[in-house]
Design a protein around this ligand. Structure first.
Ligand code: SF4
Ligand code: MSK
Length: 642
């Protein structure tokens, strides 16, 4: 029952050894200390939803078969899963709400530190919300759009606006099976209500609502976050950048931004180029100010501004172990509460900034949009003032300058990249799939997790996919992992890609692995799939496309929500580890069989990255076969014939 495989990972390296030598505990020790994980929890068989319990079901049928209230394994595991989906959806949707609120403040003049950067995208999205565009100012359009979106969070009836982007068949399925989301907060509140003791006890009915909540995330909260961030800060575009802990500088003030919502980090990007702060840094003995990121804040400032990525989720503690971080500022999501303890071993200051996420042991400087830039400058100044306290004898930064990568691809950029300036279209991509130069498209996304046995699941999986001519799109920490492995460069096509994909990458000069941004930017994968359907020739609906998705090392409830919105949208999703349902035969059957009959989407769990690639490639090939597209040869490392 326990996950005995704690990663002995290349990611750990000398910084981990350093922590161990100094007796500093990191995620790897804590992971081991939790072994064996609770079997009831792993199987989804424990419930603490009321004070009659906590209750647990005996998976071997020798003990209790239901909780005190009579809830059985099906009900308990379904309720738990729906609560995970609701929590993940809440995170992404609340992120979207903060961006919408900022757009509103821009329009009403409550903040002067942000502006509408992408007017064209503002008009496009506003039209989808049926807002009048002609003869109106950008400010008026932005005000209406922000108001309509904020109202949509509490909308009681009707359908979300951006979900109308989906192909007709998906919308018909969602309407037929009552999966179509009405309002964002509404669906999450209903999920919490249904999962109370004595409310919804039918696992199928619970899971239908779970899918409705997940769809609210992908086509609602996350898509809103992506679209409005593009409107405020501009659409990302490909640019040269660097990734890994070597991007920290011995002779500069090192600032790390960590978390998810890019409202403060964008301001920090501006603050670090302020002449007076650079002068102050020099006065304090530094050569300059170096800004880098961790987790999805990193991805946000990477894809829009080209700032380097120091690391992903698993590397947040190791970044502090360099002894070279003068200040790490965090907002919310994926931030380990262990950070202040490690920072305390060095001179590093850690600053929390969100009223929603406070951490014992962290200094708090509360962010607000009205004073966004002054707050960012204050935090940068704190970092500079802290630089002279750095003990250079304790500094240990990995050698090198950081690995090159080209991030910043979007749904829209594919038009320009493949279609050319004068005939923007998805036709070249679809044609490349039809003629077999590209076999299909795979999204490889999500977290990293010390439970995974393989030292680098993301890179192994992605290399196998591109070797077999599958174009890969990425977001989140998975993109950072593959970036570190050198897969996000055009040159990677020559080294790792199959012949067909290599030719396409060579012709357009793009990497075989495209970085689309942060976790909320998984919504770009949905919209890109919609464009592929619209273009025609490779399927009339999302479930017909030769595409597949994977989160090899998922850990967050957000990943569960993301996985479910892709499956509910008709796609195959593989997780490296199962979510907790195996304790219920009915729920297991629901996940593996029943859901496919409803949405056309599928779940699979596989921890071996090469076998994972095999499942994805076979799925893509089955879709190609159904579309009568050219059959492909499968060059596999698993020793299993295709
Ligand atoms: Fe136990 Fe039922 Fe209460 Fe859950 S809801 S803790 S199964 S009594
Ligand atoms: S940051 S959710 S560890 S991808 Fe978006 Fe990384 Fe997973 Fe957090």
């Amino acid at each position: 029952m326990s996950q005995a495989n704690i990663k002995k990972d290349a990611i750990q390296g000398p910084l981990y050894e350093r922590a161990k030598a100094q007796g500093i505990e990191t995620i790897w020790e804590r992971a081991v200390s939790q072994e064996p994980h609770c079997g009831f929890g792993t199987l989804g068989l424990c419930c603490k939803n009321c004070n009659l319990g906590p209750c647990r079901i005996d998976p071997f049928g020798e003990g209790p078969t239901c909780g005190v209230c009579g809830a059985d394994a099906d009900t308990i595991s379904a309720r738990n899963l729906v609560r995970h989906i609701a929590a993940g959806t809440s995170c992404h949707s609340d992120h979207g709400r903060e961006i919408a609120k900022t757009l509103q403040m821009v329009a009403t003049g409550e903040t002067k530190f942000y502006k509408v950067t992408d007017e064209e995208k503002l008009k496009t999205v506003a039209s989808e919300y049926k807002i009048k565009i002609e003869n109106r100012t950008i400010t008026d359009i932005a005000k209406d759009l922000a108001e309509k979106i904020l109202a949509e969070y509490g909308q009681q009836e009707g359908e979300l606006k951006l979900i109308q982007r989906a192909p007709e068949k998906q919308k018909q399925i969602w309407r037929k099976f009552f999966l179509m989301p009405r309002g964002i907060d509404r669906e999450v509140v209903e999920a919490m209500s249904r999962t109370n003791i004595g409310v919804d006890n039918d696992y199928k009915n619970l899971m239908a609502h779970g899918m409705r909540v997940a769809l609210t995330d992908g086509w609602g909260g996350s898509m809103i976050a992506t679209e409005l961030t593009d409107i405020l800060f501009g659409k990302p575009s490909p640019k040269k950048a660097k990734v890994n802990l070597a991007v920290l500088k011995e002779d500069e003030v090192n600032i790390i931004v960590h978390g998810h919502v890019p409202l403060l980090s964008e301001m920090v990007c501006d603050a670090v180029s302020s002449p007076e702060l650079i002068a102050l840094a020099k006065e304090k003995g530094a050569v300059g100010i170096n800004l880098a990121g961790i987790c999805c804040t990193a991805n946000e400032i990477l894809v829009r501004r080209g700032f380097p990525v120091a690391g992903d989720f698993l590397q947040q503690e190791l970044a502090l172990m360099t002894g070279a971080v003068d200040l790490m500022l965090v907002d919310l999501q994926c931030i380990m509460p262990s950070l202040p303890d490690i920072a305390g071993c060095f001179h590093t200051k850690i600053v929390s900034t969100s009223s929603k996420a406070r951490f014992p042991g962290m200094e708090h400087v509360e962010f607000n949009e009205e004073l966004a830039l002054p707050i960012a400058k204050k935090i940068v100044q704190m970092a500079i003032e802290n630089f002279p306290k750095r003990d250079q004898s304790k500094v240990c930064i990995p050698k090198g300058q950081g690995q090159d990568l080209i991030p910043g691809f979007t749904t829209e950029y594919v038009f320009d990249m493949l279609g050319g300036k004068y005939r923007p279209s998805y036709k070249p991509l679809n044609e490349a799939i039809i003629n077999g130069r590209i076999r299909g498209v795979a999204g490889v996304v999500g977290c990293d997790n010390p439970k995974m046995a393989s030292s680098d699941s993301h890179a192994i999986l992605v290399k196998e996919l591109i070797k077999n001519d599958v174009l890969v799109v990425q977001t989140g920490c998975s993109a950072a992992a593959c970036g570190r492995a050198g897969l996000l460069t055009p040159e990677a096509a020559f080294e790792f890609a199959g012949k067909g994909l290599r030719e396409v990458c060579e012709a357009v000069g793009c990497p075989p692995v495209l970085h689309l941004g942060s976790c909320v930017d998984n919504s770009r994968i949905l919209t890109a799939c919609c464009e592929m359907v619209k273009e025609g020739g490779i399927g009339k609906s999302l479930d017909e496309l030769p595409v597949a998705g994977a989160a090899p090392e998922w850990m967050s409830e957000k990943a569960i929500a993301i996985g479910w919105y892709f499956v509910a949208s008709g796609l195959l999703v593989l997780f490296g580890m199962p979510f907790p349902v195996y304790g219920s035969d009915n729920m297991t059957k629901y996940v593996f069989e029943d859901v496919a009959k409803i949405t056309g989407g599928k779940w699979a769990f596989e921890s071996d990255p090469l076998k994972m690639a095999k499942v994805m490639i076979e799925h893509i090939d089955s879709k190609r076969k159904a579309l009568n597209l050219k059959p492909m040869i499968y060059d596999n490392n698993t020793g299993v014939a295709a």
